[in-house]
Design a protein around this ligand. Structure first.
Ligand SMILES: Nc1nc2c(c(=O)[nH]1)N[C@H]1C(S)=C(S)[C@@H](COP(=O)(O)OP(=O)(O)OC[C@H]3O[C@@H](n4cnc5c(=O)[nH]c(N)nc54)[C@H](O)[C@@H]3O)O[C@H]1N2
Ligand SMILES: Nc1nc2c(c(=O)[nH]1)N[C@H]1C(S)=C(S)[C@@H](COP(=O)(O)OP(=O)(O)OC[C@H]3O[C@@H](n4cnc5c(=O)[nH]c(N)nc54)[C@H](O)[C@@H]3O)O[C@H]1N2
Ligand code: SF4
Ligand SMILES: [Mo]
Length: 700
């Protein structure tokens, strides 16, 4: 046995970028703890990080390419796998057109240095517009708002949680999710610090969440009414004449349009729809506008719904008109050391809205179509129909709306490839699975999440364990396919080479930032608090913030139409929303024994009054139906949820045959996305409307 060693790295499971201190001996991990000397996370860690060792040691994780045959899965060599994939993709594209090849990118791509760096070139090599990703089940409304208001989809406003005096959280549960589009390890500690310095935290959510329980105030809201809430808050700010653009006074266009828009959205008129008293709405808006600093942060619950586009736009509008945009304690903009914004020119025309999807005419945003229409594009005959598909680090059968229908659609493909670490609900439909290295075998630097971080940082993690001879990193796989398809030789650039170049030529290059400097500082380097910078960073052609883009104004009639619809559907009287669990991450961490032990966490939470009306008892098995599917799930009755609303975890449903995750299958749960309807999208951004699914409930 060799000596016990210490390895420092950043956890790459979620967005929080926690520093880890890992003690190990040979290939054995002795402990995984929070790195107290990481200047950003200061020792914070959650239970998922300790499972990194389980993913590393998991015997069911794939390490050799496998091919589906009549006699089951067989191992094949990398060369044979690449030869067959390139030959099949080329033939299909030559005979059926470039767009006959589709691509789906899942969430772990954003948490992987090589993928974040080399995916654009890979996608280009595919030569198809049929591009999809988990972004359209998640944060597309944020990117669309930034693109139309600020000229660049990557320019995301981030709550300055460490300095704000008032934080309003709409549809986010960062105490469990550890934050999203807000990279902030130890959100709980940061929220407590707001309270300690005399500030206030308010949560707006149909559930009394773990975050709501910590907040100073929680307001229950009816699902999908957030745009109305924001409009009535903006109405109040105008009515009180509290408009204050601060240092952006000469940089904001369209204030008059907002003023006339909100006239008809007074708190009094909207209150019944929203489910919050008019006086509470007025107080919230007034208190925020009068606070020294305040920030409205709205996330998943306000994005993955029918009006996600309007919600993210109006969130920005509220912050801007109260003087809380690009200023301390408000919504601010990071200046990352690896700056993706350098790829966008001022006034540059983007692909936003350039195309419509073939079947359902949904918008193409941020270089992709909504995944809610992927099944249609596979199953509907005609020119540009998808005949071959490659998924990279994604499990859309469990993560996309009407995921079970997508599984059926995959069976219609002529050829499918998955780059993944498991044989799961999605990859089992592939003809070939290419396994990538993961987690502790990879080097890391967070390209994306430093762009959404509440402080500017830089940290590099070397691989802890060397990969085995036969293994390949995701980026190596992607480069090999790209070279085969484009006919251009692999450029040979490694992630480290590009990272070093970007750091040296980036905004901190003149302060000596380089890969070597990061290697010399393995706990990471703090690059300081966020600074006002939007005037320099904005990418609109006139350098001004566009407060009222026409696209958004044109979506208001759709919102108004909702007002005339009945509050409760006759056949499906409940609104289903999702929830996240502290011990699972989306669909893929469920093969870790230490994370899935204990009681089945996949339960339907409902209010005691609804339970009484339905004659349901705690723990009873229920049958839940929507217009597209039915599942069976146990009842969890408590008053932490609004009457008429029910909630269940997302990311589960490992109850299928022919998959290779036996620990996950011991506690399979059911998939929420067998109930969500792919036809329900936010028509403005194409984002899936996962929350607010209408369901009926009966005892099973
Ligand atoms: N109803 C409902 N649905 C939701 C949500 C919700 O709240 N409610 N949330 C949505 C959100 S926010 C998201 S981001 C999506 C996520 O949707 P997806 O990205 O489709 O799902 P994941 O579970 O993240 O899938 C990760 C896949 O990558 C594989 N993987 C893990 N690590 C690696 C790696 O290092 N390399 C490779 N090549 N593969 C790897 C896993 O085995 C798995 O197949 O789900 C969405 N779906
Ligand atoms: N432990 C854990 N952490 C995770 C993940 C995980 O799976 N597990 N996934 C990661 C990913 S990919 C992401 S994108 C982030 C997401 O992180 P968050 O944005 O914090 O997402 P959720 O925890 O799903 O919280 C969404 C909240 O919206 C509420 N909600 C639902 N519908 C509505 C509505 O109509 N209006 C309002 N106001 N609220 C509503 C829900 O009750 C829920 O509390 O979490 C990340 N972190
Ligand atoms: S909060 Fe996220 S980044 Fe931090 S340890 Fe947990 S999973 Fe890893
Ligand atoms: Mo996500």
């Amino acid at each position: 046995m060799s000596e016990v060693k210490t390895h420092l790295r950043t956890c790459n499971i979620c967005e929080a970028m926690c520093g880890l201190e890992i003690k190990y001996q040979d290939k054995q991990i002795l402990s995984i703890k929070g790195d107290k000397e990481d200047p950003f996370s200061q020792g914070h860690i959650c239970p998922k990080a300790t499972a990194l060792q389980d993913f590393y040691h998991d015997k069911e994780r794939l390490k050799t390419p496998i091919k589906r045959t009549e006699n089951g899965w067989v191992d094949i060599s990398w060369q044979d796998a690449f030869d067959e994939i390139i030959e099949k993709f080329k033939t299909i594209q030559e005979t059926q057109g470039k767009n006959a090849l589709g691509v789906y990118l899942g969430n772990p791509n954003a948490h992987n240095l090589g993928n974040a760096m080399f995916l654009p070139a890979f996608i280009k090599s595919l030569g198809t517009v049929n591009r999809y990703s988990s972004a359209s089940t998640d944060q597309m409304p944020h990117h669309v708002a930034s693109n139309y208001m600020l000229g660049a989809g990557i320019l995301i406003p981030v709550p300055d949680i460490d300095r704000t005096d008032f934080m309003l959280i709409i549809g986010g549960n960062p105490v469990v999710s550890n934050g999203s589009m807000m990279t902030a390890p130890n959100v709980q500690g940061r929220m407590k610090a707001i309270q300690k310095r005399g500030g206030k935290v308010v949560v707006v959510d149909p559930r009394r969440t773990e975050t709501a329980k910590m907040a100073d105030e929680h307001l229950f809201i009816r699902p999908e009414k957030d745009a109305l809430l924001l409009l009535s808050m903006i109405h109040t700010v105008f009515a009180n004449q509290q408009i204050d653009l601060g240092h952006l006074e000469n940089y904001v266009e369209g204030l008059d349009k907002i003023e006339s828009l909100v006239k008809n959205f007074s708190p009094q008129e909207m209150s019944d729809y929203i489910g919050i008293d008019a006086s509470a709405i007025e107080k919230l808006a007034t208190d925020m506008a009068s606070a020294k600093s305040a920030v409205c942060y709205s996330r998943m619950g306000a994005s993955t719904q029918t009006f996600g586009g309007l919600c993210q736009w109006l969130t920005n509008v509220f912050n801007i008109i109260t003087g809380n945009f690009d200023s301390e304690g408000g919504a601010m903009f990071p200046q990352p050391a690896f700056d993706l914004l350098r790829r966008t020119e001022r006034g540059q025309k983007t692909s936003y809205g350039r195309y419509q999807s073939r079947v359902r005419k949904l918008p193409f945003f941020n270089g992709e179509f909504p995944v809610a229409t992927l099944a249609d594009e596979i199953t509907t005959p005609g020119q540009d129909q998808i005949k071959a598909l490659i998924t990279v680090a994604g499990n859309p059968v469990l993560s996309s709306p009407s995921g079970d229908k997508l599984a059926v659609a995959f069976e219609e493909l002529d050829f499918m490839v998955s780059v993944d670490i498991y044989l799961n609900e999605t990859t089992k439909h592939a003809n070939i699975i290419l396994p990538a290295t993961t987690g502790l075998e990879n080097s890391h630097y967070d390209i994306f999440f430093n762009s959404f971080s509440v402080r500017n940082n830089a940290k590099y993690s070397a691989p802890l364990f060397e990969k085995e001879d036969n293994q390949r990193a995701d980026w190596e796989i992607l480069k090999e396919i790209a070279a085969g398809l484009s006919g251009r030789p692999n450029d040979g650039f490694t992630p480290e080479f590009v990272l070093d170049m970007e750091l040296k030529s980036g905004p901190y290059g003149n302060q000596g930032l380089s890969l070597q400097k990061l290697i010399d500082n393995p706990h990471g380097i703090d690059l300081g608090a966020l600074k006002p910078c939007i005037i320099e960073r904005i990418k609109t052609s006139d350098g001004k913030v566009n407060l009222a883009p026409q696209l958004y104004l044109d979506d208001i009639p759709r919102l108004k139409d909702m007002l005339s619809q009945p509050a409760r559907d006759k056949d499906y009287p409940f609104d289903l929303i999702g929830r996240r669990l502290a011990r699972s991450h989306n669909t893929w961490t469920q093969n870790s024994k230490r994370l899935v032990k204990g009681k089945n966490p996949v339960t339907l939470q409902l209010n005691p009054k609804d339970a009484t009306d339905l004659g349901v008892e705690n723990g009873q098995l229920l049958s839940v139906s929507s217009n597209v599917g039915e599942i069976k799930i146990e009842a969890l009755i408590n008053d932490d949820i609004l009457q008429g609303v029910v909630s269940m975890p997302q990311g589960w449903g490992h109850n299928q045959k022919d998959t290779g995750m036996s620990i996950a299958a011991t506690q399979p749960g059911v998939s929420i996305n067998d109930l969500t309807d792919a036809n329900r999208v936010d028509l403005l951004t194409g984002n899936a409307a996962l929350n607010g699914t209408k369901v009926s409930i009966k005892v099973a």
